[in-house]
Design a protein around this ligand. Structure first.
Ligand SMILES: [Cu+2]
Length: 79
C-alpha cells in the first residue's frame, strides 16, 4: 500500500493505553517510526500519548492496528 506524500510534514497525536513502563513506550515508538511515512514519534509514558511527525498521508486506522497488534490500544486525539 502506498500513501500520498504530504506537501509539508504534519503532526498528530495519539492517545495510547496499555503502556506500563519505559520498555512499552520504547516499543510503541519503534512500532510507529517503523511505519512508512512516519518520520518521527515521541512517546510520553506519563501522558499516555504519542506525538507523530508524518510525511505521508498515513491512515490513522493503520497506525492504531499496528499498536493493537502489539497489545496496546490507541486513538487519535482530536484537537
Ligand atoms: Cu512495559
Amino acid at each position: 500500500m502506498t500513501s500520498a506524500d504530504l506537501s509539508s510534514p504534519r503532526q498528530l497525536m495519539l492517545d495510547v493505553s496499555g503502556m506500563t513502563c519505559g520498555g512499552c513506550a520504547a516499543s510503541v515508538q519503534r512500532l510507529l517510526t517503523g511505519m512508512d511515512g512516519v518520520a518521527d514519534a515521541s512517546v510520553d509514558l506519563a501522558a499516555k500519548s504519542a506525538t507523530l511527525t508524518v510525511t505521508k498521508d498515513v491512515p490513522v486506522p493503520d497506525m492504531i492496528a499496528v499498536l493493537e497488534n502489539a497489545g496496546f490500544s490507541a486513538q487519535l486525539r482530536e484537537e
